[in-house]
Design a binder for this molecule. Structure first.
Ligand code: ZN
Length: 222
């Protein structure tokens, strides 16, 4: 891969993460109607050329199941709240892009847009339900980490269910330790992937500590 291609990829990724953060900030607000939320989303999504109709449809979907207002009782829960905000923003952007594409395809094929919109929204209801289930799963897993930290202290042990369905990441983390207030790079136990069955326990004496984004410079100094 050449350097210019790489740097343009990085700046595209930067733009996407800025957009995601701006959408997350919008979604943290309270909106009485889909039109009001759609109007607020129009700014951060301006560069994507989306019709107001699409933004309003996504806004209606989001308002049908508002994000729970959670403060987070410990560091892992606070991290989960931030993660869930960002994931909700990512979902909103992806949904708007999918609906836009469906409408463009209908237009190109000379089909009625209203029917294409209805079909796209029916599909989105399934994706959105999965998004909400994943957010709840992150919240529950984080509460388990905070609960374990209250019982055992900040350094905790990582346990994986070992069978044919265990993923390499979870298998590798099994028997390691992690800090409740420093999310490991792979996430907290229970959140590595959609069906992660890992759980926290008391730390394993002498076990290695999983790398976390926050701890990377510290690790390098050792
Ligand atoms: Zn796992």
């Amino acid at each position: 891969m050449t350097t210019p291609a790489k740097s343009s990829q990085v700046s595209a990724a930067d733009a996407a993460s800025v957009r995601q953060a701006r959408v997350a900030a919008v979604l943290a607000g309270a909106f009485a109607t889909p039109a009001a939320l759609a109007a607020a989303l129009a700014g951060p999504l301006a560069g994507l050329g989306m019709a107001f109709l699409v933004l309003r449809a996504v806004a209606a979907l989001l308002l049908s199941s508002p994000a729970p207002v959670l403060e987070g009782t410990g560091p892992a829960s606070r991290h989960a709240v931030r993660q869930n905000c960002l994931r909700r923003a990512a979902y909103a952007i992806a949904a708007a892009e999918r609906i836009s594409r469906a409408l463009a395809a209908a237009r190109a094929a000379g089909q009625p847009e209203a029917e294409a919109l209805a079909r796209a929204l029916a599909a989105e209801k399934t994706w959105f339900a999965q998004h909400i289930a994943a957010a709840q799963h992150r919240t529950d897993a984080a509460a388990a980490v905070d609960g374990a930290a209250q019982m055992h202290g900040n350094l905790l042990g990582w346990n994986a269910v070992l069978d044919s369905r265990t993923t390499p990441d979870c298998r590798a983390a099994n028997g390691s330790n992690f800090y409740a207030d420093r999310p490991p790079l792979i996430g907290y136990p229970g959140t590595v992937h959609a069906k992660c069955r890992c759980w926290p326990s008391a730390a394993f004496p002498g076990a290695k500590v999983l790398r976390s984004a926050a701890a990377a410079p510290r690790t390098a100094r050792l």
